[in-house]
Design a protein around this ligand. Structure first.
Ligand SMILES: [Zn+2]
Length: 66
């Protein structure tokens, strides 16, 4: 077990839908045909809910970074 993976602070990202501030409320590891994939649950200030893979989240952040 790796205790450092425990979320102790709120992590913020950007809503994939409206681009507003969003909060990562939960992380989960889901099994897939390619092996376990880490997913995050995101809730934005406009009350949108998303579940997306870490991979998709990173891609999205790369897109909105500039
Ligand atoms: Zn939103």
């Amino acid at each position: 077990m790796n205790a450092t993976q425990t979320l102790t602070t709120t992590q913020l990202t950007t809503c994939p839908s409206c681009g507003d501030t969003a909060e990562i409320v939960r992380r989960d590891v889901l099994e897939s045909t390619d092996g376990p994939i880490e997913h995050v649950y995101v809730r934005c200030v406009g009350r949108h809910w998303f579940m997306l893979s870490i991979d998709a989240l990173e891609r999205h952040r790369a897109l909105v970074a500039h």
